[in-house]
Write a protein that binds this ligand. Sequence first.
Ligand SMILES: [Zn+2]
Length: 197
Amino acid sequence: MMTMSKIKFRVNDPKKRELPYAPERSYKSYRSELMEDFQGRCGYCNSYFGIIKKDYHIDHFVPQRIILKSRTHNHLLNDYKNLVLSCPTCNGSKSGKWPSEDPDKSIVSEQGFVDPSDQSYSDMFFRDNNGRIHPNESNLANYIHKELKLYLRKHQIVWSIENVISILKSKELNDENEMLTLLLSLLTEHFEIDKFN
Ligand SMILES: [Zn+2]
């Protein structure tokens, strides 16, 4: 049986700065800080924004639906600490999902969400050689993997394309033929192009 090699889910963890709550600022005004702190990557699936052309979204970790119902946590709508840089796919998968009606309860009996700016989020997942995201053994990791649809092939493809681009960029190529040969070998390695005809 082939053993699956485990590749670290993300190379760098996001480094989210501490910003005091500023009531006059809308969450939409934090885009550049989020881009920088999440290093241009989706907090949930780690896809690099350079690969996905659509604008990245600003996700509320505690969903707006829960915040508005709570009446006591309205600041979370525009509080930097509740914001996550997110690709459109993950933002859509997470939408209003939350395991309780309480903004402070992000996990209930091993179901719920871990803030992706927390380092522990990195340890919940790994990638296989093909870039597919897998959960670790815990029930919580399995829950997040399922609810955020981290199993989608799209996440795997984006990861592979990023790899191909970084390998291409790291080589000093003398002519076009050389580049095409390398590109073809990279595509063969990362995609199933032998199934083309
Ligand atoms: Zn994502």
